[in-house]
Design a protein around this ligand. Structure first.
Ligand SMILES: C[S@@+](CC[C@H](N)C(=O)[O-])C[C@H]1O[C@@H](n2cnc3c(N)ncnc32)[C@H](O)[C@@H]1O
Length: 276
């Protein structure tokens, strides 16, 4: 039995409405890990690392200029816009956070892309789209919030065309996680129980996907954790202004504990899957 309740999409929306400003202060425009490729010097900012991860994910996507693409859990739209600019495709981003949808649509307007890139409120577990509506989809660190990964990936399978690709980046379990750590993590962030890489791939297969590739990026993204802690100190004035003076102590302690749990038990993987 689950000690901590499964996340409800509406609660996840409220969480992101509340903390999008914090992520913006600490991480910039994207809400995902950064990527430091093998042999890279290892320097640079989180934002540079995030753009590298977006580009790595984009390199796995097959979408043409006349195609429509789906971003599942689109944040404030940074990665969507980068993909739409690179590939020339149309794109729909869905999200359960009203504030993020508004920010993403404003970002699309500033980029002059509102005609072909649109963001809207929709729950990935029950999408308001007909079958085979999109050429492909991606999901950057959003599926960990779904109360049922299996139901979410079946739903994505329904809305993409035969042979369409789904590219996912997500946190996975790579070493045993204690019950206390899992309870702490899941009561701090609105996430479902995390899976091992193999179980994740099996869930995709059960939904009807063929898993083409799995990249273990655990060591390649971990630098994001310490850089975020540095940013908490560096940006303390902005954080205090946005959340009040008592918040930063809670944040530092929660992030330090999260780093410990990540380094002990969690990793990061990219899955490239194809419908059929
Ligand atoms: C860690 S953020 C990643 C955002 C974005 N993909 C990025 O990389 O910048 C997770 C995102 O998933 C969205 N999300 C979570 N549960 C969702 C659901 N059931 N349906 C749609 N979006 C969801 C959140 O609102 C948030 O935008």
């Amino acid at each position: 039995m689950d000690a901590v309740a499964l996340p409800k999409p509406e609660d996840v929306g409220v969480f992101y409405d509340r903390f999008t400003r914090l992520f913006e202060i600490l991480w910039g425009d994207s809400l995902h890990f950064g990527y430091w490729p093998p042999g890279a010097a290892g320097g640079g900012s989180i934002e540079e690392g995030q753009e590298r991860l977006t580009d790595l994910m984009a390199s796995k996507v097959t979408v043409g200029m006349s195609d429509s693409f789906l971003d599942v859990g689109c944040g404030t739209g940074r990665a969507s816009l980068r993909l739409a600019q690179a590939k020339g495709c149309s794109l729909t981003g869905i999200n359960v956070s009203q504030q993020q949808v508004e920010a993403a649509n404003q970002r699309a307007a500033r980029a002059g892309l509102s005609e072909r890139v649109r963001f809207r409120i929709a729950d990935a577990m029950a999408m308001p789209f007909s079958g085979d509506a999109f050429e492909g989809a991606w999901a950057f660190e959003s599926l960990l919030h779904m109360p049922s990964l299996s139901r979410a990936v079946r739903e994505i399978h329904r809305v993409i065309k035969p042979a369409g690709r789904l590219v996912i980046s997500d946190v996975v379990v790579i070493r045993p996680m204690s019950a206390d750590d899992e309870a702490y993590y899941r009561s701090t962030y609105p996430v479902a129980p995390m899976l091992k890489q193999g179980d994740y791939a099996a869930t995709l297969q059960s939904a009807g996907f063929t898993v083409l590739e799995v990249l273990d990026l655990s060591d390649r993204v971990a630098q994001t954790l310490a850089l975020t802690l540095d940013n908490i100190d560096r940006c303390s004035a902005q954080i205090n202004e946005a959340y009040g003076p008592d918040f930063i102590g809670v944040l530092k302690s929660a992030w330090s504990q999260s780093i410990k749990i990540h380094l002990q038990s969690l990793g990061y993987a990219v899955f490239v899957a194809q419908k059929g």
